[in-house]
Design a protein around this ligand. Sequence first.
Ligand SMILES: *Cc1c(COP(=O)(O)O)cnc(C)c1O
Length: 391
Amino acid sequence: MSKYDFIVQELEGLKEQGLYNIIRTIESPVGAWTVVDGRRVLNMCSNNYLGFANDPRLKQAAIKAVEEYGVGPAAVRSIAGTMSLHRELERKLAEFKGTEDAVSFQSGFCANLATIPALVGKEGVIFTDELNHASIIDGCRLTKAQRVIYPHRDVDALAKALEEHKDAPKKLIVTDGVFSMDGDLAPLPGIVEAAERYDALVMVDDAHGEGVLGSHGRGIVDHFGLHGRVDIEVGTLSKAFGVVGGYVAGKREIVEYLRQRGRPFLFSSATTPADVAACIAAVDVLMETDEPVRKLWDNARYFKAKMAELGFDTGQSETPITPVMLGEAKTAWEFSKRLFEEDIFAQAIAYPTVPKGKARIRVMISAVHTKDDLDFAIDKFAKVGRALGVI
Ligand SMILES: *Cc1c(COP(=O)(O)O)cnc(C)c1O
C-alpha cells in the first residue's frame, strides 16, 4: 500500500478507457510545418490562426522588449507597480476592440476566473450556455451565485430563465463567442436583446473569435455590429495573437473594478515584457492590415469545400474551425495516428471533451497554410478516409 495508489489507479483507468492524453513534443517553432516527435509534419491542429506564433515582427518586438525591460515583471501589478508596456497593450486592445478600456491577465483562463466571481456573488444569478469553455465553468464555480445552465444557443430558454429570475439583484449572462469544438457562433444579437429586456450583464468569451471574426479580426461583437451593447469581452492572446495572455475589454467601470477585485490580477504576477511586446506588435499588425484574416478565411473555405466534395461530414461550423466528424473515439484515434504516419498532425478529440459518439478530428486552418499544403492535407485525408471506410 502506498498513499499514491489511488492516483496510479486513476491513471490506469484513464488508459483503459482510452482517455489518457498522449502529449506530443514539438521541437521547432509552430508554423504550417512543425517538427513533432522528431518528424516534420503539416500542422493542422494548433490555434495559430494567423501564423503569428513565429512571425518575425512579433519576435523582433519581443527581443527588443527583453533588451529594454528584462525578462520578468518581478511583481504582482497592484503591489509593486505595472510596467508601461502592460498599459500600452491595454490601451491598444481597447482601441482595437472599440471599447472604453481593457485590462490584461496572464491567460484567457485567468481572465474568466478573475471576472465572473468579481461580478456576481451569492445574491446573483449566472446564465451560462451548456457548452461553455472549462474556464467559464470554473469561474462560475468560484462564486456562490446561483447558476442556470441553458441549452446550447437557446435564446428562448435563456429569456425564460431570465423571466424566472427577474428579481435577482445581479444577473450575468456568459457565453463562448465561438464554440471551440464545433466552430458554431453564439446567437449574440438575441442574447443582447434578452439581456437588455431584463437588465442583465452580457459577457462573451471571444477566444476563438479574436483575429478571426469581424473587421480585421476584431471579434464577434464587431461581427454582429453590437458595439457598446456587450458589457464584457474576454479575449485570449494565445490563439490568433500567437503569444500568451488574456484580457477583458469593456466599460470603463467594469475594467477599473477588475483591477481592484480580479483575483488573478491581485495575486499573481503579470506576463513578461517579451510576451506583452509581442502582443502589442500583433495588435499593430491587425490594425494595419486584414490580409492574414482574409487569407485564413480563404483557406478555410477552400479546405471545407474540398472535404465536403470528398464526402466528409464537417459539421455545422461557421468559422475556420473544421471538425471532421468520425463517430467513435477509436476511429478518430486511428484516423489521427494514420494521418501522422502520412505527415499530417491533426489530433483526435473524443469524450469527455465532446459527447460520446461524436468523436472527431478537429482541423484548425491557418493563414500560413499554402494552397499546396491544403491540397497535400486533403489528399491524405482522402487516403486515410477510404482506408478506414469513412468515405
Ligand atoms: C482557449 C480558450 C480559453 C483559454 O485561453 P488561454 O489564454 O489559453 O488560457 C478560454 N476560453 C475559451 C472559449 C477558449 O477557447
